[in-house]
Design a protein around this ligand. Structure first.
Ligand code: F6P
Length: 490
């Protein structure tokens, strides 16, 4: 892992958030998710100050008690780190998160708009940009600058699409500081960025290119970024060196996927909470179980997944009463109308398919909308088929997590537009996310695959995930931070 170094990590959602317990006591809620898991390995090996948004009233109380300064925290594995919350202006944060980051940037980067009708970029959106996204990024940058005053030699590692402008604000004040950024979601093709007004699309590219290194999960997204950088701000892509020249600096572009902690999943799979959840699920288990685990996000393509299952049931009446789909969906971003409406669409579609086919005690789709991680891991252990049919997905960690703990020689059906398809493509059944009949065929192929082949594919996925763990990703990020920054010296 190399020498210990001082790192300032910046992400919108932090590794921990505070709330009040039943007796009024302060409790820490530790966040999960890919981003936090990936960064945890940094905390173990380096001196990290983690800057994140205050999300709850209790986080804000913590900020007030500490005069806005960082507090000493301890990660799950016992590693110490400093945690600094930024208490944004609530209105600015609402505009930044609920209008600009999600849905605008998220929808753009996952190609979710039907462009004949959306988006309409009006004064509201322009206002949300200048009075929301810009000041929120400025507040993050101010917190970073404050930390750099304390520790001028630290490097800064920004995360994701909520923070595209912060690197520029920091670079302007600290030209020598090493800055890196990792984008956890897809980067769309250059032309698609032209949906955004010129000032906004330029600011996004200029902000990211203020870093010394910009990382993506796959070459596909990295390539798109190098091209859009050329088109939108006149950056000079150097394809031989995987870098981009911009304003006299060389920005290293990396493609390295995050991974999971296999030991954590081995332990989780045996935990009491997961075993209890497994017992509950087994009461309704059909002979053959198709599982999907997602946030209720339009990019996850849940409605088309139900349609595919309907087509499968149409074509295979012999499987009625024997097969079921378990959809475990974590409600996400419900203050955003597009997301709230998507939950309605999911419920409608599940209901429609169930009403068509349901007989006696057999209900084809078991839809559970709740945040229940032990239940998700129990389903990971138990699937015959795992369906991951995302429209576009930066990586998709479910496709890595679930095979690790599966106990049924389950088959993974994976969208060719998920970043993890680059790694796992040889062993999954690949599907086009828009082709529902192709997905129905894949369900049939998975359910009729001989056990030897299923086992071989699953073992290959497991071996890959165990051998390509988070250490490799961390190494790439840190090496890129140390690459030569000035173009003239190259
Ligand atoms: O990787 C995409 C991402 O937005 C992360 O930044 C975030 O932790 C996760 O998805 C969940 O999204 P949210 O923080 O909006 O609930």
């Amino acid at each position: 892992m190399g020498d210990r170094r001082s790192l300032v990590v910046v992400s919108n959602r932090g590794p921990v958030s505070f709330a009040r317990g039943p007796r009024g006591e302060r409790i820490a809620q530790r966040g999960g998710g890919g981003l936090v898991t990936a960064l945890r390995s940094l905390v173990l090996h380096h001196d990290v100050t983690w800057i994140a948004s205050a999300m709850t009233d209790e986080d804000r109380a913590v900020v007030a008690e500490n005069n806005g300064q960082a507090l000493e925290e301890v990660a799950r594995d016992g590693s110490p780190y400093r945690l600094r919350f930024v208490a944004h202006d609530p209105q600015a944060y609402d505009w930044s998160y609920n209008v600009v980051s999600n849905p605008m940037l998220w929808f753009l980067q996952h190609y979710l708009w039907a462009l004949s009708s959306a988006p309409s970029i009006d004064h509201g959106l322009h206002n949300a940009w200048s009075e929301g996204y810009v000041p929120v990024n400025r507040a993050f940058a101010d917190a970073v600058l404050d930390e750099l005053d304390r520790d001028p030699g630290a490097s800064v590692f920004f995360q994701d699409y909520q923070l595209y402008l912060a690197p520029r604000f920091v670079r302007d004040e600290r030209p020598e500081t090493r800055l890196a950024h990792f984008v956890h979601i897809p980067w769309p093709e250059a032309d698609y960025w032209y949906v955004l007004p010129v000032g906004i699309r330029r600011a996004i590219h200029d902000g990211l290119l203020a870093n010394d290194a910009v990382g993506f999960h796959t070459r596909r997204w990295a390539r798109n970024f190098m091209r859009s950088g050329e088109d939108i701000v006149g950056a000079a892509a150097d394809w031989a060196r995987d870098s981009v020249g911009y304003e006299g600096r060389r920005v290293t572009i990396t493609a390295a996927p995050i991974s999971v902690d296999p030991t954590e999943f081995d332990e989780l799979a045996q935990s009491r909470a997961v075993r209890d959840a497994g017992r509950t699920l087994s009461r309704r288990r059909p002979d053959k179980l198709i599982v999907r685990v997602d946030r209720t996000d339009p990019s996850k393509n849940i409605v088309r997944g139900f349609r595919a299952f309907e087509l499968y049931l149409d074509a295979h009446p012999e499987m009625h009463k024997h097969v079921g789909m378990l959809a475990l969906l974590d409600p996400s971003r419900q203050d955003i109308p597009e997301y709230a409406e998507y939950v309605g669409a999911i419920q409608r579609e599940a209901r429609r398919v169930n009403d068509r086919f349901q007989r006696g005690r057999w209900v084809p789709i078991n839809l559970q909308i709740s945040d229940n991680f032990p239940q998700a891991v129990a389903a990971y252990k138990d699937f015959d088929v795992l369906l991951v049919n995302a429209i576009f997905d930066g990586l998709n960690l479910v496709a890595k997590e679930a095979p690790l703990v599966n106990e049924r020689d389950g088959v993974v059906i994976l969208s060719e537009n998920a970043g993890s398809h680059d790694e796992l493509g040889d062993w999954v059944l690949s599907v086009n996310p828009f082709d529902v009949s192709g997905q129905a065929d894949a369900i049939h192929a998975a359910l009729t695959m001989p056990v030897e082949e299923r086992r071989e594919r699953l073992d290959a996925i497991r071996t890959w995930v165990r051998e390509h763990d988070l250490a490799a990703w961390t190494e790439v990020q840190l090496q890129a931070l140390d690459a030569e920054p000035l173009e003239s010296r190259v």
